[in-house]
Write a protein that binds this ligand. Structure first.
Ligand code: SAH
Ligand code: SF4
Ligand code: F3S
Length: 482
């Protein structure tokens, strides 16, 4: 059994000494479990529902790690749980409404089991308006904690258990990088690795810089130590996570950059490296060279464009023009010709005209992306765009989304077809959900593929011949190894 003793210190929140940066502390000893909480979960179960992006997926793995260290067992049945946590997302209104729907459902469970602990964390917890709404309408929530307070879960849970009042701990203080928290990873072969937290870009529509705080990088040594451990544990793939990975190291003042980090991670020998998300603005030539130079850095880049029109880009605060974006796009394609590029697009930004939207369509025609995540603009309270007047009716926005998605689908099929009859390396995730006779996994180019193969290969990399290309996935057959 793993030695957990280092975590069971008394409540000693000694601030680690300042390392670098004005007020960013890299703290290695902030996490602990109070003595009385060590076995509190014995015979009990926890359930976590994760909304939103990979940052939240990774945070949920930390929450799981912490709860399991207090002897809780995971369950996928919400009705069986003694602790329920909703790890929430605030990116669009519909994301928030989904969460409030679940909050209502858990209310009924709490009526049946008054000892149930119900917590809400993640990005919505960082929003003043959400806290107000919860205090007024959802007093059955026991615990609310923010994105900077995850390592405090044992103490917060303790308070929630012995307190009749709702426990709310949301720090707006955002300067720290907390290391050495436990983790229970969802996969045994693919791992998320945070390289930085927060965002300083302040795109005018976006809530993330407020919910996740300022941009701050983990130290390179800490990241490499984590990846080395993953290599030892047999992991096949890491995805380096940050809202804007290109900015990695800029706050550290020690010469590290995302390009240098990519190289260091490549040298650990981990078979596959991915990263997300790259903001087009500070995507360096060094980064392109690095991706081209190392076989274990995957040729698949997510490069959100948001709009193809200069005025809209300016109003969005994206800091690049259509021309600059295209220049970068083509520079990547030139040096890494088979690289897949995917994107994010928002339609119906306030006052977007038909002509401006058509610029997005024409940019899409030029880039012929492998895939795009497309969204209707959703006003977020407190962001600059939310204050802009908007004369575009919702129906019009929906029409634009539909028209854009037609092109997205057409290009997705076209881009998948280029792999037809090729032999591709696939990291096998498991049986396909739709057809358990088939296996499913991803190619180096981040293409989803379903194929006939040997179930012993789950978690391994195998060669597969592509026999069919569809809009959303490839189909294939495993090539027998001698
Ligand atoms: N850090 C990443 C994006 C994180 S949010 C980046 O900058 O690329 C993921 C996507 O959600 C964004 O790229 C954007 O397309 C979309 N998004 C963000 N805020 C939104 C809003 N208010 N309304 C609609 N879509 C939004
Ligand atoms: Fe949001 Fe822009 Fe930061 Fe991405 S870069 S998280 S879109 S503010
Ligand atoms: Fe949502 Fe927060 Fe991620 S708002 S998209 S969970 S950073």
């Amino acid at each position: 059994m793993k030695d957990y003793s280092q975590y069971f210190k008394g409540p000693n929140l000694k601030e680690a000494k300042k390392r670098r940066g004005e007020d960013v502390h890299h703290i290695h000893d902030a996490f602990f479990i109070p003595q009385e909480m060590v076995n509190v979960g014995k015979g009990k179960k926890y359930y976590i529902h994760t909304y939103g992006c990979q940052a939240n997926e990774r945070d949920s793995e930390t929450l799981s790690g912490i709860l399991e260290m207090m002897a809780y067992q995971p369950t996928t049945e919400i009705k069986e749980a003694d602790v329920i946590l909703l790890n929430t997302c605030a990116i669009r209104e519909n994301a928030e409404e989904k969460v409030f729907g679940k909050v209502g459902y858990v209310k009924n469970l709490k009526k049946k089991n008054p000892n149930l602990i119900f917590g809400l964390c993640g990005c919505m917890a960082q929003e003043e308006v959400v806290i107000q709404r919860i205090l007024q309408k959802h007093p059955h929530i026991d615990l609310i904690f923010g994105t900077h307070n995850i390592h405090r879960l044992p103490e917060l849970l303790k308070e929630a258990m012995f307190n009749k009042e709702m426990v709310v701990e949301v720090w707006s203080k955002e300067g720290d990088v907390i290391e050495d928290t436990p983790v229970t990873r969802a996969s045994k072969h693919k791992a998320w690795v945070n390289i930085m937290y927060g965002c300083n870009k302040f795109c005018t529509y976006c809530i993330v810089p407020y919910t996740r705080g300022k941009e701050r990088s983990r130290l390179m040594d800490d990241i490499i130590e984590e990846v080395n451990q993953l290599v030892k544990d047999g992991y096949q793939e890491v995805t380096l996570l940050g809202q804007n990975v290109n900015s990695y190291g800029k706050d550290l003042d020690d010469g590290s950059s995302f390009a240098s980090l990519l190289e260091a991670v490549a040298k650990t020998g981990i078979p596959r490296i991915r990263f997300t998300t790259s903001h087009p603005w500070d995507f360096s030539k060094d980064m392109i060279h690095m991706i081209a130079s190392y076989d274990n850095i995957m040729p698949a880049i997510h490069l959100p464009v948001q709009s193809g029109n200069d005025e809209v880009l300016k109003l969005m605060g994206r800091r690049y023009s259509r021309e600059q974006y295209l220049e970068l796009f083509h520079a990547i394609k030139e040096e890494i010709p088979d690289c897949t590029i995917t994107t994010d697009i928002i339609v119906g930004f306030p006052n977007e005209t038909e002509e401006q939207f058509e610029d997005t369509l024409s940019l899409y025609q030029e880039c012929e992306y492998d895939l795009a995540y497309t969204f209707i603009y959703s006003p977020r309270a407190g962001t600059p765009a939310a204050k802009m007047a908007d004369n575009v009716p919702l129906e019009e926005k929906e029409q634009r989304l539909y028209r854009l998605n037609e092109v997205v689908n057409e290009k997705a099929l076209k881009q998948n077809q280029r792999f037809l009859n090729q032999e591709v390396e696939v990291l096998v995730d498991g049986p396909s959900k739709r057809d358990p006779q088939m296996l499913t996994g991803y190619t180096k180019h981040q293409k989803l593929i379903n194929f006939k193969g040997n179930p012993d290969c789950i978690g391994k990399r195998v060669m597969v011949k592509v026999t069919e290309a569809k809009t959303w996935a490839l189909k294939g057959e495993q090539i027998e190894q001698d």
